[in-house]
Design a protein around this ligand. Sequence first.
Ligand SMILES: C[S@@+](CC[C@H](N)C(=O)[O-])C[C@H]1O[C@@H](n2cnc3c(N)ncnc32)[C@H](O)[C@@H]1O
Length: 385
Amino acid sequence: MSVQKLAERRADLCHPLIAVPSHDELVEQLFVRDLKQFVNGPLEGVQAELADEEGRSLDKAGSNNGVADLRARMSQHQSFRTWLALKRESQRQLWATVGDSVERQAPQLEALAEIAAPRGSVRTSESFVPPDYILRGDIHLMPGGNAHDDGSLMQGAVMDRGGAVFMLGRNGGMLNDLRGQTAMAHVLTRRPDFTPERILDMGCGIGTSTVPSAQCFPDAEVHGIDVGASILRYAHARAEHLGAPVHFSQQSAERTDFSDASFDLVFSCVLFHETSQAAMFNILAESRRLLRPGGLAVHLEVPLLHDNSDTWVELNGELEAQYNNEPNWRGALTADYMKMMVAAGFGDVMTGYQPTSPAARQGPFRFGAESEGVFRSWFVASGTA
Ligand SMILES: C[S@@+](CC[C@H](N)C(=O)[O-])C[C@H]1O[C@@H](n2cnc3c(N)ncnc32)[C@H](O)[C@@H]1O
């Protein structure tokens, strides 16, 4: 099969709005994906081994005071510095290659986004001011950042195609929807007979996790909020192409314009690590305010909590925060979610790891204290109003 045919087939497997690369663009994107796989796989393994050795040497010298000492030691190694440079450069290249490809297709994508009879909607506001932590740097190094808006939906198109390459296909292939599926698996393992009438996805991005919630509960009225107008316009068109009626609006999850007690299910997927220490609590309090009595909140995060990880994971997290612009990585991975959820007014709080397998929906309750590893389970904190 030719590379071009392969690209077309990927679009068939996904949705028509995703930017389809030309032959050369796909070659470039596959190169970047493979480079990232190499940098974050075998090369990282070598650095982790080196970190083990350095950790033992620090222990022996009686001067191992944690991740800062380890980082200082590692920084003396040329191979560590080169690996770090490769990590950042491969991420930069990802957006460069995806950005060019998306820009070339702008007219076609804008035309495809004209939906004749939409079942959902999108509401943006020119006066909306994104929170500081969004404006401080381009999160994930995506040029312009999440709130970039030129009146089009192109930032969303870049985020969609880039996200699929970035996640290396491990978050549900080109649909990138495994996190949303996992959040819904958690809802159904907690409450097999739950039939929410109104659902809110906070920090929905381009709706990759919102659409699975609409598919899981087809009779519900589903809303998604985010800080970026361009990504929301794209999210709307994407959801329509996927047959999911969703109402998107540009709002901060810290304080929305929805009424008190107006949702049965409020959820978020990997939102907290892109916010701030104060915002995490505000978002939990807001999700509590929005729930009807008996409603359920489900907040999913990357499964690399420091309590459950070694020093290498912690050090790698520091690097991710600094070199990939992840403002609250440390805050989100060291937070006491049980305490915060209880303080926000939730009852029946559960924290732990939810397996990604769709089988988790049918099988016995598999939510538990053990992480099955990145992409095999996600950290979830949930509670009831
Ligand atoms: C890592 S993305 C995840 C997107 C989506 N939930 C998913 O699972 O693919 C985090 C999203 O949260 C959004 N975000 C960050 N802070 C926010 C806030 N205060 N209110 C609403 N959205 C926010 C970002 O713009 C970004 O789209």
